[in-house]
Design a protein around this ligand. Structure first.
Ligand code: ZN
Length: 472
């Protein structure tokens, strides 16, 4: 008996030590593995002929996850990112999440879902995550992002638990890779900046971006050839102590059933991904109205959006409105209240644009009228989010108020639930990323399509041996 309890104590101590070891060394190992796995251009094996044809410029296309415009503006005003033109805002997709936003910008086509987990109607199951595959497979995820994209500093979910552990590995890894790079277009994705925002908050993310600024200076000095940089992010972060919204309890009280398949008429599927300010709900189409009515008064819910008779309904505690689209024109009709706070703007458009066709205004007119709104470019983004942003669009997108988030129940726990920021909602504080460059000025407000065009233009210019120019 005595020796048995001694063995148990030894086992506990060993497990504890193993845990410490894993926490301290795994991140670096993990990071290295992902870095080489996702590195699709070899560092060695370059023949001399190719080497002599090496151009004297390198274009760095740098996608930085989750960095808001405000932080870049502050850093720029404080003297960081020397040699760059001043940053502009880059209004994300809705939901303001990495997968759809970067897919759109980096010409990778539509991702399967808004986040990793999504519901596949045809297969009637939740897809997108397989732990065994995740841990042991070296296969790359296709469809998402650009095929030539180099992942930097994004060693998977573990970065969202211990972001600090990866900082120096990410910075050093980036420096080594770019300094030894032999091509002329280096497309990089840095995911760590988002993990830092979620876990450590605004100040930590700003400090990290200072390191990126230094990294840019060092790279430029040490590269030996000219460096052209286009840098942008996919969305912002709200830096609030976000409370978890309990959507499921409200729906169950309303007679619906939380399920992983759609079998009974009352079933809904709600994939739980990260802790974000949006939820994508899949259910039978005729449930959408009832579910929106149940969820609208729930604390933290800003609005629900769903398709009804070829229009989109926006329903929240602040009102009920219908969005219609014809060609490239949108109409916003508030039935009661004004859920997207557009009454004044509609009035202005009616005077300035003199709509002759029942208040349908061109998408570009809406863009200019709403790009600096609390809900930036709301009509197009909501429409796109429910129609063709992803391969498996939700029945309802639920956008949350600032300070609220949705995710797995584990986020109710104190330690795991400790979050310093999030994004996903339609709000500007969740949506406004940045775009900046050191070889061309950018607009004050930009759309993901601007970046897509810019990169397509960059690819075309490169093919034709031309220098890169803006495609605003
Ligand atoms: Zn994030």
């Amino acid at each position: 008996m005595k020796s048995r309890s001694r063995n148990v104590i030894i086992l506990i101590i060993s497990l504890f030590c193993l845990g410490i070891l894993i926490i301290n060394f795994m991140p670096t190992l993990w990071f290295q593995r992902h870095l080489s796995k996702n590195w699709n251009i070899p560092d060695t094996g370059l023949n001399l002929e190719e080497f002599t044809r090496r151009p004297n410029r390198l274009c760095l296309i740098f996608a930085v996850d989750g960095v808001p415009f405000d932080i870049m503006k502050e850093l720029y005003d404080e003297g960081y990112f020397k040699g760059f033109y001043k940053p502009g805002r880059l209004v994300s997709t809705f939901p303001s999440l990495t997968r759809p936003a970067f897919s759109k910008m980096l010409i990778g086509g539509k991702p399967f879902g808004y986040e990793r987990l999504y519901f596949d109607r045809a297969a009637n199951q939740i897809n997108g995550f397989n732990l065994v595959k995740k841990l042991f497979s070296t296969e790359k995820e296709h469809q998402d992002y650009h095929p030539q994209l180099h992942f930097l500093g994004f060693p998977g979910y573990i970065a969202y638990v211990f972001p600090d552990k990866f900082t120096s590995a990410a910075i050093d890894g980036f420096k080594n890779k770019i300094l030894n790079f032999k091509g002329n277009e280096f497309i990089a994705y840095m995911g760590l900046s988002d993990a830092i925002a979620h876990i450590r908050g605004r100040q930590a993310q700003k400090e990290f971006m200072k390191q990126i600024s230094t990294l840019m200076d060092i790279t430029r000095n040490e590269l030996g050839i000219l460096l052209d940089v286009i840098m942008f992010s996919d969305h912002a972060n709200n830096y609030a102590d976000n409370r978890r919204v309990n959507l499921v309890a409200a729906l169950e009280n309303g007679g619906f059933r939380d399920a992983s398949q759609l079998n009974k008429p009352t079933d809904f599927v709600l994939p739980r991904n990260g802790f974000v300010s949006v939820a994508a709900l899949y259910t039978h189409e005729n449930n959408a109205g009832n579910i929106a009515t149940i969820l609208s008064p729930v604390e933290g819910v800003d609005f629900c959006a769903f398709i009804e008779n070829q229009s989109v309904i926006v329903q929240g505690s602040a009102g009920y409105a219908r969005i219609s689209r014809r060609d490239n024109h949108y109409r916003y009709k508030a039935i009661w209240g004004d859920p997207l706070l557009l009454a004044k703007i509609v009035g202005r458009l009616q005077i300035e644009k003199s709509a002759n066709d029942g208040d349908y205004f061109h998408a570009d007119d809406w863009w200019h009228a709403t790009k600096d709104h609390m809900y930036p470019a709301p009509l197009h983004r909501i429409w796109e989010g429910l129609h063709d942003l992803v391969q498996h669009p939700a029945t309802l997108l639920i956008s949350l108020k600032d300070g609220y988030a949705f995710g797995p129940a584990i986020f109710n726990q104190a330690i795991v639930g400790q979050r310093a920021g999030t994004h996903g909602a339609l709000l500007d504080s969740h949506s406004n990323g940045f775009l900046m460059s050191d070889f061309m000025p950018v607009m004050a407000y930009n759309r993901p399509q601007t970046v897509a065009n810019l990169l397509a233009g960059a690819a075309e210019a490169k093919l034709k041996g031309r220098k890169l120019w803006p495609f605003n």
